[in-house]
Write a protein that binds this ligand. Sequence first.
Ligand code: DPP
Ligand code: ZN
Length: 876
Amino acid sequence: RTTKFLKDYAPPEYLIKDVALDVSLAPKGARVSSRLTIEPSAGTVAGTPLVLDGEALTLESIALNGQELEAGRYTLSPGKLTIANPPVGSFTLDIVTRCDPEANLELSGLYLSNGTYCTQCEPEGFRRITYFIDRPDVLATYTVRIEADRKTVPVLLSNGNPVDAGEIEGTGRHYAIWHDPHPKPSYLFALVGGNLASIHDTFTTASGREVALGIYVEPGKEDRCEWAMESLKRAMRWDEERFGLEYDLDVFNIVAVSDFNMGAMENKGLNIFNDKLVLARPDTASDADYTSIESVIAHEYFHNWTGNRVTCRDWFQLCLKEGLTVFRDQEFTDDVRMGPVMRILTARLLKARQFPEDAGPLAHPVRPASYIEINNFYTATVYEKGAELCRMLQTLIGKDAFRQGIALYFERNDGTAATVEDFVSAMADASGRDLTQFMRWYTQSGTPEIACSLDYDPHAKKARLKVSQVVPPTPGQTSKEPMHIPLKVGLIGANGDELPLKLNGEAVPGGLLEVTEREQVFEFENIPAPPTPSILRDFSAPVRVTSSLKPEQIEFLMIHDADPFNRWQAAQTYATDLIASAARDGLDLGPVSGHQAGRLAQALEPTLRDETLAPTYRAETLKLPSESDIARELGRNVDTDAILAARETLRKTLSEAMAATLSEIYEATATDEDFSPDPDSAGRRALRNAALDLMTATGTQEAIDRAMRHYRNATNMTDSIMALSVLSHIPSDECDEALDDFYTRWQDDPLVLDKWFAVQARAGRPDSVATVNRLLGHSKFSLKNPNRVRALIGSFAMGNPSGFNRADGAGYKFLAEQALKIDGFNPHVAARLLGAFESWKTLEPRRQAHAKKALEGLASAELSTDAYEIVTKTLG
Ligand code: DPP
Ligand code: ZN
């Protein structure tokens, strides 16, 4: 268990230029023959030992330049194969190993998913397939021959273009040969063998090349692939139009498998997906599923340039490909689907997942300086905050310069393994801007806190905006330097009009201020009367803002702010303040002010009734801040029961105050048209379902009956799962009936059944710990399938704050026990689940004590490196 440091980076001593793999697939013991063409790096001293990585492999033979190596010429140690004295200059190694796909429950390397052979090599899985210099700055060309039983494994796929295929006479076996001309790191290697069905299409690139597209799935699921294929083609076109980036092979294949640790993987020319992010049909997938499929298909496709053509020098640079690619997929979804709502969804996710990480014991910079297990750093900070950094760069230098910066980045780094510095310097050079201070965003962890106050000088007709920033201390970083923050602002006059902004006689384009000091004053001229400030428009930086706005001013912004993000944010802030102040004093539950709730309802009405606004936007306005949003706002002494109670009280009050509006919306958005996933139709369903959700907060029989009718009349998964979710929070016969009905209908459909598990795990009911314990014993539950584990255990730990944080510690005990079991065979999934403890230090003392006990229990158990790092760092 050693800590690795970025500062210790040293280039590889040997390079592998070419790989020829021959993989013979059989359930017990796949045989892998590899021929590696190796050469020393410039400057490597003759005789430097060659060290290859390898795990869970059985070595059969090894030959150097065609000569079998005797036992004394190499040594095997845990995780390594060392050749003490390799020849000078370039040489070849032939290595034959065996691995056991069936026994591979870690789902890293070569494994079997429901009978399909597949691979996952990022970050360090290739060493579980063959001995290799398994690091991202070793780039090689690959030729892969795969051989398997023809009948049971008819489909054989690998990276690049198909070269040859055929029968092996008299054996019942066949083979396929693939060649990938683009040098790539080993983590982008992939291989698939299985009995798979497929759908096919073509895409003609901007320069007129035809690319064959294929999506491979379990037989019988072909009718659920169309959306993924359309999404892929949209993404390919978009990347050409927005960034001038074309696809570069003759084929692009996607394979969907049901056992997968992550969401999906961008292997060159052969993306492998968790089937949850491929398969969709109106009756099986919700609008949310359609949206994530579209965005993850795009994300993995976009990696072909940002990640594959230019890869990462080392794993500390993970954000170089992930932050940038998330930013690209967000821009895509914004363009093709969500519009202004996209920023709301993105900010919501960032605040829900990344802010707590940045404020807790697991905080780390977007580019971490150290890690024990790299698998633990596929985090919201690296991904989501990493994407915000790209967005801030674009905001600071402008969209055109950003596109030129991307072009320059590829011009300079194509075919190489690069660093964050390479990326930022391309942006600096393309824009002529000095981005030295901006680099702190990559190295300083913690969410900057911005405080703003506005003074008005009636004589000078000036409005002075005072902005100060503090980056809070985080583990290992006690003092911080000020950041370079793009802060978009507006000033709104008493009649709701936007006031033109002028600083030192100059207009302020886009209201964009650059905050670079700990404290700065911006003096706006020609302001006729005291304005209301709108701060951090468009969520222009991943920061927390405190401003001294009065409730009337927030109401004013809810109605008048021209920035859609801040208009939404104002409503969230108003509701958050109400719930948080009622829940603040821990066990002493205060009432939600009925008067203020009434004013909130009134201020919401204009947006809800504005037919010119996209229905999705109106739906987002109707959604109250989550229990976790409130917990984050409180920040200390958190009592999750008090939060749940206060939030429910507000929901009930709003539901009564807005009854007429809600029911009008509910009726007006009803339709008998066939399901279509287009943004307008999805938005209408979202608005209708948000109305249903709030209407059901009264908990009356009438509300339950309405939800039950919604369930019965549903003609698509979006509506059925919403009805089920709404019902699941209120114990009733109707709820049980709907759950039974759903189960009966979908028991043999794993992805839909996951929803059934998840809905019950998330229900904020006093009996939720008993429920999840009971479901553990359900015949359809399995700890081995990551999707099922995340549906039941993950949904409970991350999506049911009052259940997981039950005052007697039963929720913590449940998670600790299950995570420990899973850790025995799949450390990656176990460590992820344990992330649910990240905010334990913000809890009230009793819950804290229980959480600590659960964590200490884990710390004293035998843990994987993955879980060990999370548990010990979380304990702090
Ligand atoms: N598959 C993961 C992603 O695309 C890791 N690269 O983000
Ligand atoms: Zn990615």
